[in-house]
Design a protein around this ligand. Sequence first.
Ligand SMILES: [Fe+2]
Length: 244
Amino acid sequence: MVDIHCHILDGVDDGSYCLSESVEMARIAVESGTKTIVATPHANIPDSDGNLWGRRLEDKLSALNRAFEDNKIPLTVLPGQEVFCSGDVVSLLKNGELITLNKSRYFLIEFDFYSRSELIADQCDALLAYGVVPVVAHPERYEALKENGQTAYRLKKKGCLLQLNCGSLFGAFGRSAANAAHGLLSESLADFIASDAHSPYMRTPYMADAHEMVSEMYSLDYAELLFRVNPGLLVRDREIKPAY
Ligand SMILES: [Fe+2]
C-alpha cells in the first residue's frame, strides 16, 4: 500500500516526536503492508511559523530514509505537506515555500473544521486555476461536508479529490465523521484512504484493518483502488482513476 498522508517526519509538527518514534511508525506501516509513505507535516497553520518547505525539511526527510536503510526497514518516504488553506497558498506554492505530494500535480490541503462550504470551494477553485489538483484531507471531519451531502459532489465535480482517514471508518473521530466517511464510500466519492498517523501509539500508520473493512463492506477492488492503485498513481503524478 501507499500512504499519502502521514506525520512520520520527526520533530516538525504534532506527529512523530523523535527519530526512534518514526522508525517505530515505519515498522508498523511495513507490518500492515505499506511500502511507501508520503511524509505530510502540517504547513501554513494560522498563528504558527508556517513550517514552510525548505532545506530543514529536506534534510529531515533524507535522514529518515537513511535511518530506514540502516535499520533494514523496506519503506520509502517521499516529500509532501498537509497545507492549511489560506488566501496566500498559491503565492507560497509559486515561491516554492509549499510543495505538492511528491512534487506531483496533487496538493494535500486541510481547512478549519468549521469552514463554510463556499470558502472551501473558493480556495479549491484558486488552486485548480493555478494548475494543481486539490486533495482534500479527511473531508468526513468537516462540518460543511457532514451537514450538506452536496458539498462533496460539488468539490468532485470541480476536479478535487477526497482522502478519507482510516480512523474515521472505525469512529475514531466520532459517529458523525464515521457516517460521513461511509456515506462518501457508499457513493463512490472517495479517492484515497490514508492513515493520517501521528505516532506509533495512537493514530498509527497501521492500515491493514481499514483495508479489510473496506474489502468486506464494499469490495476488494474498491479497497485496492483507495489504498494501492490511486495512491500509487498519485506519487507517480499520473491521472487518478474515478471510483465507480
Ligand atoms: Fe494530517
